[in-house]
Design a protein around this ligand. Structure first.
Ligand code: PMV
Length: 357
């Protein structure tokens, strides 16, 4: 940040961003150092599943480190406040020194229900990172949100939750190095919207809530278990190879290759969990029933429809806009009965974060 243009701010600044969740097609699973990925990944940015975060920064010389208060959906939530306070403490020390002398009030809420089993860390951490970068921008007199702004937001979001770094871009983002992706890096994600074939610009992702329960093994623990996984090094090589094949399919609009790699990746992620020590299973009966039905429906009808999985039992049903009218009755009649209380979040690819104020 340039000190020459820095304004002396005396009153509070309030900034708000809405940032979406994302679903990885090539999965980040295994990390080292400070949230650096063992393999590159790529994701769709979602539209409906998002976090809205408002940050009010009130300068106060009496603080040496930021004092953080937080309201989650209007109520205090101490565990979340602590996580955010630790994150803000560490990133302001190194990357936003001008924000340390002050009070930071966070108001945050999710567009998706509490107990949906949807991971909120990607949207939450990208939203707070965007707010912090924007306050810094304001103080330093910048008015534009340019590529450098989003790259820094992606870098900061990564420190909060690895996969969050991919949420700051529209449509799709790559995190980690791929030789065909300009300026791709392990330290931040890059947006690849302009390279992607039009058929993927209107893709659907219906998220089937198979179980709303908290995962028995967290992502943090899952990443750690990769350290002693006997298949780890083969897996990291495979992920890089699959990414480059998938990127070609995404550029060419090759749906069949896209679908095959995407499903193989989802099953690989869960296979890695099953052969960790200790082994664990996050899929449930409903997840398997739904997967088998999707594969049978595709085989019987030739309709474009695939699935992917996050680190949990819920199933993301992926299909192009052109399949919507034939896929909808199948989802409602055949898949919905496997969902917890019939819950489905009918999402689609999105246009990225939005500044609220
Ligand atoms: O960002 P984390 O630490 O919650 O890890 C996310 C891991 C997966 O969601 C399973 C895969 C991914 O790339 O998003």
């Amino acid at each position: 940040m340039s000190n020459s243009t820095e304004k002396t701010i005396k009153s509070s600044i309030r900034i708000g961003w809405e940032s979406p969740s994302n679903i990885a097609l090539i999965k980040y699973w295994g990390k080292y150092g400070q949230q650096l990925p063992k393999n590159p990944s790529v994701s769709f940015t979602l539209h409906t599943a998002a976090t809205r975060t408002f940050v009010t920064w009130s300068p106060d010389e009496k603080f040496d480190q930021p004092e953080v208060t937080l309201l989650f959906e209007g109520s205090q939530k101490e565990s979340f406040r602590l996580r955010m306070a630790n994150f803000i403490e560490s990133v302001t020390e190194k990357y936003f020194p001008s924000l340390r002398k002050g009070h930071i009030q966070i108001e945050t809420s999710n567009s998706f229900p509490h107990s949906s089993g949807i991971a909120s860390s990607a949207s939450a951490m990208s939203a707070i990172a965007l707010c912090l970068c924007d306050i810094e921008n304001f103080i330093s007199g910048n008015t534009t949100s340019n590529d450098i702004f989003y790259r820094k937001a992606s870098y900061i979001a990564r420190l909060g939750s690895g996969s969050a770094c991919r949420s700051v871009y529209p449509l799709m983002a790559v995190w980690g190095v791929d030789p065909s992706v300009y300026e791709s890096s392990e330290e931040w994600a890059v947006g690849i919207e302009s390279e992607i074939h039009p058929v993927f610009h209107t893709f659907h992702d219906d998220i089937l809530i198979i179980s709303p329960k908290e995962k028995s093994v967290s992502s943090t623990a899952g990443h750690q278990l990769m350290e002693n996984n006997p298949y780890a090094s083969a897996r990291y090589t495979q992920a890089s190879q699959r990414l480059s094949q998938l990127l070609t399919a995404l550029r060419d609009g090759d749906l069949d290759t896209f679908g095959k790699i995407t499903e193989d990746e989802a099953l690989t992620l869960h296979a890695l969990m099953m052969c960790s020590d200790p082994s664990y299973i996050l899929m449930e009966e409903g997840s398997l029933s739904v997967i088998n039905k999707i594969r049978k429906f595709r085989k019987d009808t030739g309709i474009s429809i695939w699935f992917t999985l996050d680190a949990g039992p819920n199933v993301h049903v992926l299909y192009p806009e052109a399949s919507e009218s034939s896929v909808t009755p199948f989802i409602l009649n055949e898949l919905k009965p496997h969902c917890h209380e019939g819950k489905i979040i009918r999402d689609r690819v999105g246009t990225g974060p939005v500044k609220l104020c």
